[in-house]
Design a protein around this ligand. Structure first.
Ligand SMILES: Nc1ncnc2c1ncn2[C@@H]1O[C@H](COP(=O)(O)OP(=O)(O)OP(=O)(O)O)[C@@H](O)[C@H]1O
Length: 285
């Protein structure tokens, strides 16, 4: 089964503004700088992810992509600059706040719990909705069971959406890598995030699996925004509405994939690497 066979959630792409590549600004980085000792990983980086768009972050090895992703997830605190969510500045963004804000993320290391089933792994991702809360815990113990039932139903629905419901009762260890990646994605989706942050979703996938991933991202973006950091240029060029290109910690270009591909600065940044943006499955940093 592929994502395109699946019943789609509401199509929000009609609300896109082609001029800006999206609707209202969700996540915004303003002049974010990060240094690790003497290494400046990000220099005054600004970008925004808008409702309904797929934003790709690309750049050569060491350009600062992972650092930017980690700032967006609250793993790394900017030394200067700010991160905002829907116009509200997040002074001390912490990872545990993400789900509550409406942000889901997957990481390169999938971080699945091997003693839990697939379904339980997905349920763990639902902080935003699952919290029974102190009061409800005191006043109605049955509420917890009800919450868990609805969480279980939602987790199953996400597994079905991703075509892996049949694996719900299995443990991740025995599953093929692409399926485990989908489990990690399901966990990021079960909180019904408005924005999904994906760190190298294509890593370790075959070409066929990457095509399926492109279809899946096309499906996902129908009801949420996506920001992905990715090495595989084919994928980025195919699925992103806009790209932000980093080099030596700076934004050197941004725009539609076709604009970025022809940008002389981007071509120069990629010179000396295995291939330029747009080349098949370029392995980039
Ligand atoms: N924890 C750290 N301590 C010291 N330097 C770091 C740390 N994390 C990243 N850096 C440095 O910051 C710069 C940006 O690294 P980053 O990993 O963000 O780039 P990247 O574009 O993701 O590269 P790659 O794709 O190769 O992982 C690099 O020079 C890197 O060596």
């Amino acid at each position: 089964m592929t994502a395109s066979d699946l019943p789609g959630p509401p199509d929000v792409s009609g609300s896109l503004d082609p001029g800006t590549g999206g609707g209202a600004v969700l996540l915004e980085a303003q002049d974010v700088s990060v240094a690790f000792g003497g290494v400046i990983a990000l220099r005054e980086v600004s970008l925004e992810v808008r409702a309904g768009e797929v934003l790709g972050v690309i750049g050569p090895n060491g350009a600062g992509k992972t650092t930017l992703f980690n700032v967006a997830c609250g793993f790394v605190r900017p030394d200067a600059g700010a991160i905002s969510w829907k116009g509200r500045r997040l002074d001390r963004l912490q990872t545990h706040q993400l789900a509550g804000l409406g942000i889901g993320r997957t990481l390169q290391g999938l971080g699945l719990f091997h003693r839990m089933t697939v379904l339980e792994n997905v349920m763990v991702g639902a902080d935003r909705h699952a919290r029974a809360g102190f009061l409800s815990g005191l006043l109605a113990l049955s509420r917890g069971a009800k919450d868990e039932r609805s969480l279980r139903d939602r987790a199953m629905a996400v597994l079905e959406e991703l075509g892996i419901a049949a694996e719900a009762s299995r443990h991740p260890e025995g599953l093929p890598y692409p399926v485990r990646k989908r489990v990690a994605l399901a966990r990021a989706m079960v909180g019904e995030p408005e924005l999904l942050l994906l760190d190298e979703p294509a890593s370790g996938l075959s070409n066929t699996e990457m095509d399926e991933l492109a279809e899946l991202i096309a499906h996902l973006r129908r009801s949420r925004s996506v920001m992905l950091v990715e090495h595989h240029m084919d994928l980025v060029m195919a699925v992103c509405d806009r790209l932000v290109v980093l080099d030596f910690g700076r934004v050197i270009a941004s725009g539609r994939p076709d604009e970025v591909r022809d940008d002389p600065g981007v071509l120069a940044a990629y010179l000396g690497e295995a291939s330029a943006p747009g080349a098949p499955a370029a392995r980039r940093g």
